[in-house]
Design a protein around this ligand. Structure first.
Ligand code: GTP
Ligand code: MG
Length: 216
């Protein structure tokens, strides 16, 4: 073993860079998958179910905070298993039905390993939060090995996304101790957003039925 501190530092830096790069590759692969689904769906159905996608890699600070909060170990192997949302992909869809279509299309892909699915649309969180969360593992092929990398996929409508980003900002602004009155109003806003989603879904189906009466 090399005890030269400079060499040790370089070795650590390389390991960390490689560790974080895996998540970038995994996200690149997921984004390509989603882009293919989007373009093919557009071609087949003359309609685009995806409004936009956004990916992010957790910063070292947030990884560290989560490790402390969860009390998991600090080796890279512990972090890999303990913090499964280092790579995140958010897919914003037009309608609720699109969320399930996209989720099913991803579930049918043989190279993706579905670890868990949390349906906060059928079962919203008590604060009103809605989204479909999928934890998947994507194979990343390198020169000498293949690694299954965790990616957290959140699929939601524009209304759900609008609500979640505002709620997130308020949560930070109040340093996580949001006044009860505001929590109540946020819950009401979430219900309004859900109602809007249901209304848009109905309209979407009515319009589809008019456009192709034989299939309705
Ligand atoms: P953590 O990732 O440790 O928070 O717990 P978990 O793995 O049980 O998380 P869950 O799948 O419930 O949610 C993970 C992510 O969904 C969060 O990091 C947020 O991006 C989003 N999320 C979950 N709940 C809320 C919420 O109440 N409000 C907002 N704005 N986002 C949420
Ligand atoms: Mg999380």
């Amino acid at each position: 073993m090399n005890h030269n501190p400079i060499d040790q530092f370089h070795e650590l830096k390389n390991r960390l860079t490689r560790f974080m790069m895996m998540y970038k590759f995994a996200l690149d692969e997921m984004e390509t998958k989603v882009e293919i689904l989007k373009e093919e769906f557009q071609l087949l159905h003359d309609y685009n179910p995806i409004e936009h996608t956004k990916s992010r890699i957790k910063s070292f600070e947030s990884i560290f905070r989560k490790v402390m909060r969860k009390g998991c170990g600090t080796s890279l192997e512990d972090i890999r298993e303990g913090v499964r949302d280092i790579a995140g992909l958010r897919i914003t869809c037009s309608f609720i039905s699109d969320i399930y279509s996209i989720s099913e299309m991803l579930q049918r892909q043989a190279d993706l390993k579905i670890i868990s699915i949390k349906d906060y649309i059928k079962n919203p969180k008590p604060n009103g939060y809605q989204s479909l969360h999928m934890l998947v593992q994507v194979p990343v092929y390198m020169s000498d090995r293949c690694e299954m990398v965790y990616v957290e996929v959140q699929i939601r409508t524009i209304a759900m996304d609008f609500w979640a980003s505002l709620e997130h900002k308020i949560f930070y602004k109040y340093d996580e101790s949001v006044p009860v009155q505001l929590l109540q109003e946020l819950k009401e806003a979430a219900d309004t957003a859900a109602e809007l989603d249901r209304k848009m879904q109905r309209l979407h189906e009515e319009i589809k039925a008019i456009k192709s009466p034989q299939s309705s």
